[in-house]
Design a protein around this ligand. Structure first.
Ligand code: FMN
Length: 328
């Protein structure tokens, strides 16, 4: 069992250590952090275990159209007033400090490094392999799997659109295929000899067994750990996952400009149909609103990332959840 990387707070060093204690592997989420914050988290985990991975966002920007940005900003204005926040004026684009984080992983090697959002360049892959890291690439379909194989990665994380949070798709501007995890695992097994782990909506021991029987070497879970004792997800996010007021997930670009699966709430209802693409510009645009909403215990303007298995998310120690899913 693998504890998925979950950027934005949920993946704490404690969650990673809990996964290791259960005989699994946990991932630190490098995304959105500074390189310095990531170094600290790595040191914390490394002091206790060598069973961990680090995940990075590969720069694969979806630049926002400036006029679409401004009209989306105007549409959000009444929400900003209601929540008492200022929205950033112009679009902010960046590469999530890619070079700094890569450099830090070359200088402080992690046992496993995984990439999402795009294919890492060959130089990045080999530089990590040279320092002893196992390099995994997140893929969402057979074409991506074959390109990752050609680029020389050691293995794949096969993520279906059932997964909570951002899709790792390399082409966020194209409609996502909604193949569920088990058929996707079979497709990838047929498409490449590389070893891989499966992710997306995995929430019961039976599904874990199914993906392993279909050819995955391990099951990666995110959403079922969001309410665990070690989760750093906000209290607002955790209680929404347990609340009967939320009864569905959907894919939306409304929060970040990149497709992601979340619980349907007032924000996704109002903006999913009209939100433009544009990552990370929309992530920064909606940031103040999301923060204010979460801080006030109000789930309606928060990105409530959740995979399709969210009803199975329980408030327990993470190791107990992982052991149960492993069938122990
Ligand atoms: C809150 C949240 C944040 C996530 N952040 C990341 C991330 O930073 N990097 C990444 O590769 N995947 C991220 N994901 C996707 C997970 O790594 C994983 O693929 C997904 O959680 C598996 O599906 P599940 O949520 O249905 O278990 C995130 C998922 C969630 C729920």
């Amino acid at each position: 069992m693998i504890a998925a990387p979950m950027a934005g707070g949920p993946s704490t060093p404690e969650l990673v250590l809990a996964a290791a204690s259960a005989g699994g592997i946990g991932f630190l989420a490098g995304g959105y952090k500074t390189a310095e914050q990531l170094v600290e988290q790595i040191a914390h985990v490394r002091a206790e275990t060598n069973r961990f991975g680090v995940n990075l966002f590969v720069p694969n920007p979806v630049p926002v159209d400036p006029s679409e940005y401004q009209s989306y900003r105007s549409a959000l204005q009444s929400w900003a007033e209601q929540y008492g926040v200022e929205l950033p004026e112009g679009p902010r684009e960046d590469d999530d400090a890619w070079h700094d984080k890569l450099q830090l992983l070359v200088e402080n090697p992690a046992p496993v490094v995984s990439f999402t959002f795009g294919l890492a360049d060959q130089k990045a892959i080999t530089s990590l392999q040279h320092v002893g890291s196992t390099v995994l690439q997140t893929v969402t379909n057979a074409e991506e799997a074959q390109q990752a194989e050609a680029a020389g990665v050691d293995g794949l994380i096969v993520q279906s659109s059932q997964a909570g949070g951002h899709s790792g798709t390399w082409t966020p501007q194209l409609p996502l295929k909604d193949t569920t995890t088990l058929p996707l695992v079979r497709q990838i097994r047929a498409a490449t000899p590389l070893p891989f782990w499966a992710a997306g909506g995995i929430a019961t021991a039976a599904i874990v067994q199914d993906v392993l029987s279909a050819g995955a070497e391990a099951a990666v879970v995110g959403t079922v750990l969001l309410r665990s004792q070690e989760s750093g997800a906000s209290a607002t996010h955790q209680s929404a996952l347990a609340s009967s007021s939320f009864s569905e997930t959907l894919m939306t670009t409304a929060f970040s400009g990149r497709p992601a699966r979340a619980l349907r709430n007032a924000f996704t209802e109002e903006f999913t149909a009209s939100a433009p693409l544009g990552f990370p510009a929309l992530h920064y645009l909606t940031g103040p609103l999301r923060k204010a909403s979460a801080a006030g215990g109000d789930p309606h303007a928060v990105n409530l990332w959740a995979g399709t298995g969210y009803p199975e998310a329980t408030a327990e120690p993470a190791a107990a959840i992982l052991r149960r899913l492993a069938g122990e």
